[in-house]
Design a protein around this ligand. Sequence first.
Ligand code: IPE
Ligand code: IPE
Ligand code: MG
Length: 255
Amino acid sequence: MSVNPDHNLQTSATDSSGAKLPRHVAFIMDGNGRWATARGLPRTEGHRQGLEALRKVIRHAGKVGIDVITIYSFSSENWSRPEAEVSFLMGLLRRFVQRDLSELHEANVKIRIIGGRRDLEPGILKLLKEAEDLTRNNSGLELVVAFNYGARDEILRAAQALAQKVADGVFNPEDVTEDALSGELDTSGLPDPDLIIRTSGEMRLSNFLLWQAAYSEFYFCDLLWPDFDEAAFDQALDCFGARERRYGGVSAKTF
Ligand code: IPE
Ligand code: IPE
Ligand code: MG
């Protein structure tokens, strides 16, 4: 896989045609199972094909000049799936890191993992740490992988960290501000997602980035994730370019 290595984090908010470009795009990669079932294949085959779609998306994001992409790869609720599917997904993560990590590193991609780490198997933890450590100083596309991620769990952990600071006397209750809470989230330091894309026709967040999505634009498409490609990505970006973000204000057009 090749990603544009010269991608600059300080890129402007427009593409070469002058259209507004999101700085951070988050993906809820949904529909792998249905893709496979529709073809009479086991659900795991959908996950395998989904990884191909992900490779396309990472490459394309680097090419068009997006700063950050977040991918929902495994939710804190996905452990409730059949054991065989969960273990296949863990194997896929392992293979992704083993096969793609060096290439992502060469492409100057910086990897960050978000999600709970406490009960993860040591082998998986080591893999995640290796991906982050190797790419820590890269300055290109930032790839945020939401693994064992649940937004309520993330917010709870942040609230507990702040409560601990108050209990220790390091913080007063009034120091618990939006910035202080944001700073304790796994996404600390990242810009909020400008655009959240969910495939497969489902229109919900499924416990993804609940805090960070306060002013995100949403894009839902019927394509199943393994069918999502560069053209579909461009369509979502075009749609974003035509949106007007008001943040509670009034339209510039009304003046
Ligand atoms: C998304 O596809 C991948 C993960 C949640 C890991 P699904 O596996 O949810 O596919 P559907 O929604 O059952 O079709
Ligand atoms: C959300 O998809 C999680 C990921 C894409 C990793 P799900 O398929 O798990 O969500 P629900 O169950 O349809 O809400
Ligand atoms: Mg699903």
